[in-house]
Design a protein around this ligand. Structure first.
Ligand code: ZN
Length: 267
């Protein structure tokens, strides 16, 4: 998308957001849609600024039968440090990510949120803990990752076991919308720019299916997305784990995919 079209769309979104409100809308920070850059190909991980104090990181893996799959996470400025939302897809990629973030922001990763127990979310968590970062995750995540032989986070947030629980960590809110892609999937709300990281519970607009259902809870996925729509419906950007960020319409799109998949499994 060109910068011009993007600016036009954002202007439209802002004017729509103002409809029905008697108060003048508060100016909101600009959020940039990341652009693909050919020089990133061949790199383990890329970092792109989304808005002031928020970056998206993307790493890729070639999967048999699925081609090259990109995987996203965030980095959010938190005082002198950074909160990393999910690691890169590999320990070496996570080490490269930390270096790139230091170069881009001048800050080190001090906190890490792991949004569920799969490898694309937590591959570098052992190394980050060794570097002194504090890890936040659902209380079930260590027990779920252990049998898979993946790194196991050492710390959790006990209160996130309750569906609808929300925990504040500086500029972000971590929430547990309920089971979806996995039973432990968390979401992260970056408060100031109103940006939602939906993780693997949210699908990108080009996705025609819900993706990997190996550990999914189809009977509750819709309820969890409905909770996210109610709670974060004013999101100005929604970032899925795989694919391009877009607006809150990704929650509507995901809900339609859930309903379609539930129907297909019943037929
Ligand atoms: Zn997953």
């Amino acid at each position: 998308m060109s910068r011009l079209i993007h600016s036009f769309l954002m202007a439209g979104a802002l004017s729509l957001a103002a409809c029905g409100s008697k108060e003048a809308p508060k100016p909101e920070p600009k959020i940039e849609t990341p652009k693909e850059e050919p020089e990133d190909l061949g790199s383990l991980v890329s970092v792109k600024k989304l808005t002031d104090g928020v970056w998206i990181h993307t790493s890729s893996k070639a999967l048999p039968g699925a081609g090259v799959l990109p995987s996203n996470g965030l980095a959010v400025a938190d005082g002198d440090g950074l909160i990393l939302v999910d690691t890169a897809w590999g320990e070496l990629a996570t080490q490269e990510l930390a270096k790139k973030l230091k170069k881009e922001t001048g800050k080190d990763i001090t906190k890490v949120v792991i949004t569920h127990f799969h490898y694309d979310r937590l591959a570098g968590v052992d190394w980050l803990e060794d570097q002194g970062a504090t890890v936040y995750t659902h209380p079930d995540t260590p027990g779920l990752s252990l049998p898979l032989g993946t790194p196991v986070p050492n710390t959790t947030v006990p209160e996130l076991s309750e569906i609808g629980a929300r925990t504040n960590i500086g500029p972000i809110e971590i929430s547990f919308p309920g089971p979806a892609h996995t039973s432990d999937n968390l979401m992260v709300w970056v408060k100031e720019p109103k940006l939602l990281f939906g993780g693997c519970a949210v699908r990108a607009d080009h996705h025609k299916s819900l993706g990997n259902l190996a550990h999914a809870d189809l009977s509750n996925w819709g309820k969890s997305i409905a909770w996210a729509k109610t709670t974060y419906g004013d999101a100005r950007m929604v970032v899925p784990s795989h694919g391009n960020p877009a607006g809150a319409e990704l929650l509507v799109h995901t809900m339609a995919l859930v309903e379609k998949t539930v129907k297909e499994t019943k037929d």
